[in-house]
Design a protein around this ligand. Sequence first.
Ligand code: GDP
Length: 335
Amino acid sequence: QRKAELTVEKLYEGILNHEIPMLSSAITMIESTLDSDRVKSEALIKRCLPHTGQSIRIGITGVPGVGKSTFIECFGQLLVNAGRKVAILAIDPSSGTSGGSILGDKTRMEQLSQMKHVFIRPSAAGDTLGGVARKTRESIFLCEAAGFDTVLVETVGVGQSETLVHSMVDFFLLLMLSGAGDELQGIKRGIMEMADALVITKADGDNIKKANLARREYQNAMHLFPPKKNGWTPKALTCSSMANTNMELIWEAITSFENQTKINGHFFSDRKEQDKYWLRETLNEHILRSFYANEELLHQLRQLDNAVIEGKETSFSAAEKLYTLYIQQLSNGNI
Ligand code: GDP
């Protein structure tokens, strides 16, 4: 009810005033599937855009159990103690079906979540992973407008979601376990190639030796990858969130990445490339939505489903018919 009273103007002012409840409400609005909310969200994002872009956006991924939450709890505190304002968002590849699980349990970041200048937001639920990701990207903008200078985007390392996170962050951090092969961890080579830093977690106690060994192996493997266009040489590091070791080293890697790519121009040109990517993603989503929101098209789709099953129509000719119908609906102004 309260949300209904919030105009774009009020949300905008609240966000620029760094009011966290306003930021929360605005993100809830972005996540809403109501058409009226979507119109308001677009207006709000447009207004906020001139106040965005000043943060460092860091993607964090790794298989379940690698220690992402524990890492963010520890690393986040280092950042806050260094005077940074930290927003933590998540993209959950399972959220399309199950309604979100990562970051859902805030108690996993018990100390961090109670600190000032920290904003933690679990993954949005949504129909498509692409849609959830787009909303997360829009949330990044709102967090920046609300004064956050460091944005961490967490995702579970299972495939497509990394690519989406990679396309919205400046620095991509891959957490890995020692002693379990890449195959076992389900980490594909392509994902390792995207990483700007690969960090072996849980380097404490009996694990230290194994972690250092793994670090060297990965460092060597990474030399074989094609060099990055932005000139950055990815780092392989170890850390322990339990023993709180090497957190500074990781932050140093990120800041030196930022310095280096800001000097050579890639920091902002890479963001421009991301804008192009999201232009296409958003366009694709609009087109899909316009198709599936049309009753006549849905009706014909179901009819043609049956025709295909009965062998009266090939999938190709059915698709062709639907496309022609789509164009007709468009030109008749029904879409
Ligand atoms: P996530 O699923 O990637 O978010 O992983 P969690 O942060 O929930 O951690 C998974 C398990 O690993 C938990 O039982 C943690 O206590 C443990 N863990 C996380 N970080 C460390 C670490 O630095 N050292 C050790 N020994 N255990 C850790």
